[in-house]
Ligand binder design. Structure first.
Ligand code: PNS
Length: 168
């Protein structure tokens, strides 16, 4: 069975991520979308929320699993009996960091390959960070996020706005 892991923060999943998941699910028997726990970034969405949002977005793709991990990615990949890390590449600016990470992962475990997929040109400008900025400022999210999760993301930011107003 050819198993691939698509790791990331997914805070939240965007249309760019979903495109990579869709395409990789046609190449592999199983794709595990796995969320990093305790990474350097402080997420807006809790782990439970991120899992739920991804599950909603990939509901119609049968060979995709949603999971989370902590520690070294290569150890997790081995534990899942996978051999391939999937990464999406948007722009040249992604390249250097991703290149370093792929080489480091290969150094840590030479059985594991990183497969880069070029993002769909329609989504090359998309990142979770930019989407959060648009959501925070109450902008339109329809081309940015999977339609199934737009209301959840809006609700989350309304809740955050309410909390912030309450605090001040
Ligand atoms: O969506 P992101 O934040 O760009 O994802 C980054 C991620 C989770 C893929 C990366 O930070 C990661 O793999 N972290 C786990 C720790 C690890 O194994 N690092 C690589 C070797 S230093």
């Amino acid at each position: 069975m050819r198993i691939a892991v698509y790791p990331g923060s997914f805070d939240p999943i965007t249309n760019g991520h979903l495109d990579i998941i869709n395409r990789s699910s046609k190449i592999f028997d199983k794709v595990i979308v796995s969320i990093l726990q305790n990474g350097n970034k402080i997420p807006i969405f809790t782990m439970e929320e991120r899992i739920r949002l991804i599950k909603k977005a990939v509901n119609n793709i049968t060979n995709v699993e949603v999971d989370y991990f902590s520690g070294l990615l290569v150890n997790y990949i081995k534990q899942k009996k996978a051999k391939v890390i999937i990464k999406g590449l948007r722009a040249i600016s992604d390249f250097e960091y991703e290149f370093q990470m792929a080489l480091m992962n290969h150094k840590l475990d030479s059985d594991i390959e990183t497969l880069f997929m070029m993002t769909n040109a329609n989504y090359s400008y998309l990142s979770s960070t930019m989407v959060k900025e648009v959501a925070r400022l109450n902008g339109p999210l329809s081309d940015l996020l999977p339609k199934e999760i737009i209301d959840d993301v809006k609700d989350k930011f309304s809740e955050l706005r309410r909390k912030n107003n309450g605090d001040s």
